[in-house]
Design a protein around this ligand. Structure first.
Ligand code: EPZ
Length: 421
């Protein structure tokens, strides 16, 4: 298994291009199942999760062509020749559950393995299932698989999510586009990836309103047609790289970044003393003070502070002047980066969903282990600021959500390399 070697090398300076959003692409790709016409996604990120979704769709009968070095995905599902999403693929990537709604909407049948848990939590899919049942689906759980049918097709309905779920909102939104009648989703997720999905579905002929608010209304149509759609900028990659100059000092321009994607996060960075400025090309981030100020963080559904940036923010706060309290309200086990940061000299006290971080003058490089996607990059950020060498192992986690990390950071002066293992 490969690892990443990082040496603390002083302030960063330069530009980092931000790719298309993994979490938008993973919900846009299954939309191909809703139509027999071609769906082309541009600005697609080159990530292992995208390859996994391509494999899954191909196993269902989708033709997938990856063009222009992976930045364009040409998808075509003339017919769904296999309605079963196998456990082997689903267990590798939980977003596989997003083929359930579209398959059901198109053909009235789908068999999808339950995804199982993952490092950051149990991550049940009960809201996906309840939402589809509200649209008239008949679900049966057998041998770890959801057997779903929609005799006579799905029917529009009103459904209120008991709490916000990004994936469940995406699944039901896609299914509702071909349901008979009107669907109203209440307490829907408001993430930019949901807005991006709605915009793509509308280009395909869907009738959708309210995306980005808590109430989304969908008027079902007979069928959808093909479209070409650019994947929205990855706000989590953006926030991750904004933290690089914040933790090392210096100044970096994030190309393609927009403050509107990360309002709460930018406000928190500024409260910590980091300068964030919109430019014509993106967002410029500078940290000129000797120390970061401590700030408290509570993760929330959009437009709150993103849970996917909690681990990375913790790395920054490990070097702050003072004590910060981070509350993780979305996932039950998303502090696994804390013990690894403590190996680097961080002072962190974890109790349940709350981590209290007391900043130290300087972190010390050490061998550490990536436990999940966002934890892996949190450790790299810490390594950029630490004294000496940090070796992050199990970087296959990193490859799921970040392309060319070594290239992007070394272009700004970081001392970082990938060691083939
Ligand atoms: C999406 O996961 C993202 N993944 C996650 O990003 C992100 O952390 C999460 O949304 C929250 O923003 C993709 O988009 C592929 P949820 P999702 O449904 O849809 C519970 C990353 O690092 N829940 O909003 O799975 C769930 O366990 C990944 O890129 C149920 O209980 O998240 C969690 O505690 C990690 N039942 C909470 O709700 C359900 O049916 C929010 O989950 C669904 C979810």
């Amino acid at each position: 298994m490969d690892s990443i070697l990082v040496r603390g090398n002083g302030p960063l300076k330069g530009q980092i291009p931000i790719a298309g959003a993994k979490n938008a692409c993973l919900t846009l790709m299954p939309a191909t199942l809703l139509t027999d016409e071609p769906l082309t996604l541009t600005n697609a990120p080159r990530l292992s999760d995208i390859k996994t979704m391509s494999e899954l769709l191909a196993s269902l009968g989708t033709e997938v062509a990856s063009l222009q070095d992976g930045q364009v995905l040409a998808l075509g599902t003339k017919e769904i020749s296999n309605h079963t999403a196998d456990y082997d693929i689903v267990r590798k990537m939980r977003a596989s559950i997003l083929v359930l709604g579209p398959m059901l909407a198109r053909d009235g049948e789908a068999v999808v393995s339950l995804p199982g848990g993952c490092a950051i939590g149990a991550r049940p899919v009960d809201l996906h299932l309840k939402g589809l049942e509200a649209l008239g689906a008949v679900l049966e759980l057998k041998d770890g698989y959801v057997h779903a049918t929609a005799p006579g097709g799905l029917k529009g309905a009103q459904f209120e999510f008991p709490f916000v779920s990004v994936g469940a909102t995406e699944n039901i939104l896609m299914a509702a586009t071909l349901a008979k009648g009107t669907t109203v989703l209440k307490n829907a997720a408001r993430e930019p990836e949901i807005v991006d999905l709605a915009e793509c579905l509308r280009k395909m002929g869907a009738e959708i309103g309210g995306e980005g608010t808590s109430t989304i209304t969908i008027q079902g149509v007979e069928q959808l047609h093909g479209a070409t759609h650019p994947v929205v900028t990855d706000r989590i990659e953006l926030g991750t790289y904004m933290l690089a100059p914040a933790i090392t000092g210096g100044e970096v321009e994030l190309l393609g970044g927009r403050r509107s994607l990360l309002g709460a996060f930018c406000n928190k960075l500024e409260a910590a003393g980091v300068e964030v400025e919109e430019t014509s090309a993106g967002l410029k981030v500078a940290q000129k003070n000797s120390r970061i100020r401590a700030v408290d963080v509570v993760t929330e559904p959009y437009p709150g502070f993103p849970t996917d940036l909690q681990a990375q923010m913790m790395a920054l706060l490990c070097t702050a002047d003072g004590t910060s309290v981070l509350e993780e309200t979305i996932f039950e086990n998303r502090f696994m980066h804390a013990p690894e940061l403590m190996r680097m000299g961080a002072d962190i006290d974890v109790h349940g969903g709350t981590a209290t971080v007391t900043g130290v003058d300087r972190l010390k490089g050490a061998p550490v282990m990536a436990t999940d996607l966002r934890a892996s990059v949190s450790l790299i950020l810490a390594g950029l600021a630490a004294e000496g060498e940090t070796v992050v192992s199990r970087v296959y986690h990193l490859d799921r959500g970040y392309e060319h990390v070594v290239g992007k950071l070394s272009a700004c002066g970081a001392s970082i390399e990938r060691i083939r293992g």
